[in-house]
Structures are given as structure tokens and as C-alpha cells.
Design a protein around this ligand. Structure first.
Ligand code: UGA
Length: 429
């Protein structure tokens, strides 16, 4: 099928290149010409495992093209995906200005039947808003449908998630559009959830907010575990065997971050408020999350008897492993807290040092974990990158001022570390 993608950010690039991999003819369009030039040369604009190969294969097989021409992309495509950002505005609501701009641009170029698909995470009702904008801005009427098709990709495993989805959600009342969307996704053999567009939009917010609730729930449990001497890892394991609960998203830690959970929880609270419902449960989820980040700073402060003039080695900056994304990263928030308490910080992340420098220029960045820990009063693990699990902590002990670790991701072995003379503290264990 001929597919156009408008907006070559994270979602657009993964969606476009994977649809090309499935045999479709895909054009990914964006107004950022520099980005388009890079991608046409096969140079990646984001760090995402496996994406490089998929993009290069698409370019080589000419199933994938990048363009800065929105108009011709719309003209050549039967299915057009809107994949632009929806940042939070001051009230927490998703800002739709990019979606609306793109809708107007699409309207101007429709000359035959098209399906316009909203992949961006948008408030309930946006599909209808896009429908109206297109209707109003079309120079001559042509038949078209607007469909909601939320994405469930996780950064760090987005290609894998796209190719093996748990489900595909299609929100539309048009049988013609549903038929085309079903045909597009048929090779993935995933369960299809066909719904009205409002329900499809709600599925996305409800899913992310529910997962965020799981994380805040287990973080709250971890704090009680700390108080009563229980081990949250064992608790999560025991809970997870219950099929109704499941094992996933029960890792206690420094709180959730990233470009989605915090933004989508805030947006759903706002959607609820606007609809006349006070979503106290989700407000609590956000409160627990903020408190969890602050708690990590207090934990380290207590362990060291104060943070003033202490040198802290911070390992990990991204909001989770296998991504260079530091948006709303608990690591950044915790480091800011450490600085506020008078500590100095030496940080290392396998791929995010450069991104972090832009928003946190006041700390020192090291080229590897061993350099970061040298001479430190305490080590704080902030992202559970695999390479931190394999560090030689015997060697590290010889170079630190004080063998002390706060493992906010529970990714190290407490027994081994304590046996080799470290003061170790995790979260809820
Ligand atoms: C999330 C959803 O998982 C995707 O399904 C969704 O498509 C995406 O948002 C989106 O809306 O675009 P992502 O933000 O990439 O994906 O990250 P997650 O893997 O969900 O992790 C979110 C945060 O929760 C991270 O900070 C992570 O460290 C934290 N987390 C996750 C925990 O603290 N504990 C857990 O057990 C799981």
C-alpha cells in the first residue's frame, strides 16, 4: 500500500520504516530538511536498537523515502499517518497545535479518497476535530476518513514492539477505512480491537496511566517494605505469578519518567477534569512518583550523613536503559536534588552524556563508569544499563573514597556487594 508519514520523530520514523519493511511503499515527510537529508543518507536521528537496519534496508530496497514535501507525500499516499508531537501545555493538557497544522496541510492536498490516521497521543475527540479541520480546509470536496490508531511502542524496543504488537487498535466508524487498516496490519497477525474513535483514543491514555499506576503502586509497596524489613523483589515475584496481576511493570525504582507516562497521566487527569470527573487515583499516582524521586535524594543524604561537599558518582542518565532519551528522566531530577543539597556530581551514561550536558551543564561528565566513581563518597545507580551489572566492584573499591552504593534500580546483587565490604542500599529490599 502507499503510505505517507507526516512527522519523522520517534513514532513516525519507527512506524514508517517498519511499514516499509512489511512491503509497503512509504514516504516519511517532515519540515525539518536537515533531518530529512540525514535520513536519506541512512544517518539515524535517534538512538533506537535495530532501527538503523530497518531504515537502511528500506532505503536500499526503495520501499522507504524521506521527503520535506508534505504536499506530494499526501498526493502519492492512500494512507497518511499523523505522527507529530503533542507536548503538554501549562494546564497539563496535550497541545494540539502541530496536529491541527498538519491536518490543514493534508486538507490542501487531498485529490482522491484518503485515510488519515492519527498515531499521535491525542485527547479524546481529536479524531473528530481533525475530520472537521480537513472538511473545512479542503479546496474541493473529496471523500476521506480519519482513524485513530494509537501506538504502544516502548523506547528501546520500539522496532520489536511494532513487529510483534500485543494488539492493534483501530478507531473508526467507516467500514472502508477499517478494511484498509486491517489489510495494512494483517501481516502482523495481532489481535485487532475495532472501536469508535473516542474509545480508541481513550485506550491509549488508559493503558499508559494504568502502567504508571502499577509502577507507583510497587514503589509505594517498596517504601513499606523498607519500613517493615520485606524485600520488594520477592513481593513483586509473588504477586506476578497471579495471572491477573502479571510480572511486568512491578520493578520498584526511582519513579517513572520518559516522554509518555508523566505527560499522559497529566493529560488524562485534565481530560477527566474537563469531563466533570476528579481522577484522584491518578493524581495520587503522580504524587507518589514525585515523592519517590525526592526519596532517593533523602536516602543518599541519610546514608552519607549529609550531602554538602560530597562527591557523588551518578551512573545512568536516561529515563530507562537502551535509549538516549533524558526527557523527564528521574536521573536528572535526582541529580538536581543532589546538587541542591550541596553535593558535586560526576556522571556517566553509555549514550546520554551529550543530551544531558545540554540541560545539566553544571556537573562533570565522564567517559566511563570507572572514571565516574573514582574518588567518590557514594555511588548512585540511576538507570539499569546492563554494563553497570558487570562492573568490577572489587576494582572500584580501591578507587572510591567510600564504598557506598545506592542502587535506585535494584539491579545489583546486595549480598555480593555487602560481602565485599560495600554499604549497599536498594529500593524496598
Ligand atoms: C511507554 C509505554 O510502555 C508504551 O506502551 C507506549 O507506547 C509509550 O509509553 C508511548 O506512549 O509512546 P516508554 O515511555 O518508552 O513506553 O517507557 P516504559 O518502558 O513504559 O517505561 C516508562 C517508565 O517507567 C521508565 O522510566 C521506566 O524506568 C519506568 N518503569 C517501568 C519502572 O520504574 N518500573 C517498571 O516496572 C517499569
Amino acid at each position: 500500500m502507499n503510505v505517507g508519514i507526516i512527522g519523522v520523530g520517534y513514532v513516525g520514523l519507527v512506524t514508517g520504516s517498519c511499514l516499509a519493511r512489511m512491503g509497503n511503499k512509504v514516504i516519511c515527510a517532515d519540515i525539518d530538511t536537515e533531518k530529512i537529508d540525514k535520513l536519506n543518507q541512512g544517518i539515524m536521528t535517534i538512538y533506537e536498537p535495530g532501527l538503523d537496519e530497518v531504515v537502511k534496508a528500506g532505503l536500499a530496497e526503495t520501499t522507504l523515502r524521506f521527503s520535506d514535501q508534505i504536499e506530494s507525500t499526501v498526493e502519492e499516499s492512500d494512507l497518511i499517518f499523523i505522527c507529530v508531537g503533542t507536548p503538554s501545555d501549562e494546564s497539563g493538557a496535550a497541545d494540539l497545535k502541530y496536529v491541527k497544522e498538519v491536518a490543514k496541510g493534508i486538507a490542501a492536498s487531498i485529490h482522491r479518497y484518503k485515510v488519515i490516521i492519527n498515531k499521535s497521543t491525542v485527547p479524546v475527540g481529536t479524531t473528530r476535530i481533525v475530520q472537521k479541520i480537513i472538511e473545512e480546509n479542503m479546496p474541493h470536496f473529496h471523500e476521506f476518513d480519519v482513524v485513530s490508531n494509537p501506538e504502544f511502542l516502548r523506547e528501546g524496543s520500539a522496532v520489536e514492539d511494532f513487529m510483534n504488537p500485543d494488539r492493534i487498535v483501530i478507531g473508526s466508524d467507516s467500514q472502508k477505512a477499517i478494511g484498509l487498516m486491517t489489510e495494512l496490519y494483517a501481516p502482523l497477525k495481532a489481535p485487532l480491537v475495532i472501536a469508535d474513535s473516542a474509545s480508541a483514543e481513550m485506550i491509549k491514555y488508559a493503558s499508559n496511566s494504568f502502567l504508571a499506576t502499577k509502577v507507583s503502586f510497587i514503589n509505594a509497596i517498596s517504601n513499606i517494605c523498607d519500613n517493615v524489613g520485606a524485600d520488594v523483589k520477592k513481593v513483586a515475584l509473588g504477586m506476578g505469578y497471579d495471572k491477573r496481576i502479571g510480572f511486568e511493570f512491578l520493578e520498584a525504582g526511582p519513579g517513572f519518567g520518559g516522554s509518555c507516562f508523566p505527560k499522559d497521566c497529566k493529560a488524562l487527569i485534565k481530560i477527566a477534569e474537563d469531563s466533570g470527573y476528579d481522577f484522584r487515583l491518578l493524581k495520587g499516582v503522580m504524587e507518589v512518583n514525585e515523592a519517590q524521586q525526592e526519596l532517593m535524594v533523602s536516602k543518599l543524604k541519610n546514608l552519607l550523613g549529609g550531602l554538602k561537599e560530597k562527591t557523588i558518582a551518578a551512573l545512568g542518565l536516561s529515563f530507562k536503559p537502551n535509549t538516549d532519551d533524558i526527557r523527564e528522566s528521574p536521573a536528572i531530577c535526582i541529580i538536581k536534588g543532589l546538587l541542591k543539597e550541596g553535593a558535586s556530581v560526576k556522571a556517566y551514561d553509555p549514550v546520554s552524556n551529550e543530551n544531558a550536558k545540554k540541560i545539566l551543564p553544571e556537573i562533570k561528565y565522564e567517559k566511563d563508569a570507572y572514571d565516574a566513581v573514582k574518588g567518590s563518597d557514594g555511588i548512585i545507580i540511576l538507570t539499569e544499563w546492563d554494563e553497570f551489572k558487570w562492573l568490577d566492584f572489587e576494582k572500584i573499591k580501591q578507587t572510591v573514597k567510600n564504598p557506598l552504593i545506592l542502587d535506585t534500580r535494584n539491579c545489583l546483587d546486595p549480598q555480593l556487594l555487602r560481602k565485599s565490604g560495600y554499604i549497599y542500599q536498594g529500593v524496598g529490599r
